[in-house]
Design a protein around this ligand. Structure first.
Ligand code: NAD
Length: 290
């Protein structure tokens, strides 16, 4: 396929490389990032989008996506697919899909989980929203860049799945970290805490697979001075998106709201920026009640 790829940063660059390695012709555009090897450079979003069968975007946020989509869609051929893999607000995903439909272009919102490591290894999980026809066209590309793609429903459903998942992740990480900090103060050995919880009803991905306590459980960013991994500010971004969506949909999400507030404080005033999101544990360790 001929693919336009707009946004070749930490995630986009390795994803585009995997598409090139699979034999696709990729035309890339980025305001700042260099073109990865094998990707043809286009001077504009429209240039990357022209003649493409699929245009993939991997951009920082919904406002930028709307601007880029406004440039790319008019250049796209009828029946081509605009596939946004960024994590953005549900409203932006739906607005872009509407604009695409008016221009005779198909749209899929397909945010990913798996991070930079998953992008490089081609093992991302895609959560997709859009029509069956659009999903069928991009599915082979998901198979190249990832190991799993779930078609979640109509436009916006991919973003909805992503922010709900990450709201659970943020809340669970905080719960796991505060429980470790409490266990410390109760004199409970961390390894014993792990041994019990990881095989009891408190188990979770954050405890079992990504344990925030250094030296306990499988290797995780905690064992690497809390270097990300998944940075606290990216978790904050996703928690804010969950709260934006909850307000728009009139959903009561008190735990998600508190998690967003805690990560906001951690990132903006407590030195959490640039640290893994599991560095909530050393944060709680240092704190007292009240
Ligand atoms: P990044 O900042 O490294 O890359 C974004 C790229 O977009 C940059 O190279 C930037 O120059 C480019 N860009 C910005 N505005 C542009 C424009 N108008 N035209 C062309 N290019 C433009 O970010 P990233 O880590 O690659 O993340 C991309 C998206 O993936 C985000 O939405 C993020 O939330 C999501 N995501 C990231 C991770 C992760 O671990 N990094 C994991 C899952 C999802």
């Amino acid at each position: 396929m001929r693919i336009g790829f707009i946004g070749l940063g930490n995630m986009g660059a390795p994803m585009a490389k995997n598409l090139v390695a699979a034999g696709h012709e990729v035309w890339g555009h980025d305001l700042h990032a260099p073109m990865p090897e094998g990707v043809h450079g286009a001077i504009s979003a429209a240039g990357a989008a022209k003649d493409a069968d699929v245009v993939i975007t991997m951009l920082p946020n919904g406002a930028i996506l709307r601007t880029v989509a406004g440039e790319a869609i008019p250049a796209m051929k009828t029946g081509a697919v605009l596939c946004d893999c960024s994590t953005v607000d549900v409203e932006s995903a739906r607005a872009v899909a509407d604009a695409a439909a008016k221009a005779g272009v198909l749209a899929v919102d397909a945010p990913v989980s798996g991070g930079v490591g998953g992008a490089a290894a081609g093992t991302l999980t895609f959560m997709a929203g859009g029509s069956d026809a659009a999903f069928a066209i991009v599915r082979p590309l998901f198979d190249v860049m990832g190991q799993k793609a779930v078609h979640c429903g109509a436009s916006g459903a991919g973003q909805a799945a992503k922010i709900c998942n990450n709201m659970i992740l943020g809340v669970t990480m905080i719960a796991t970290c505060e429980a470790f900090a409490l266990a410390d103060k109760l004199g409970l050995d961390r390894q014993k805490m792990f041994d019990v919880v990881s095989t009891s009803s408190g188990y979770s991905w954050t405890m079992n697979a990504y344990c925030p306590a250094p030296g306990v459980g499988p290797k995780s960013p905690a064992d690497n001075d809390y270097k990300p991994g998944f940075a606290a500010e990216l978790m904050l971004k996703d928690l804010r998106l969950s709260q934006q969506a909850a307000k728009a949909a009139d959903a009561d999400t008190p735990m998600g709201e508190l998690a967003a507030l805690l990560y906001e404080t951690f990132v903006e005033t407590e030195g959490g920026r640039g640290m893994d999101f599991s560095a909530m544990l050393p944060r709680f360790e240092k704190r007292h009640r009240g």
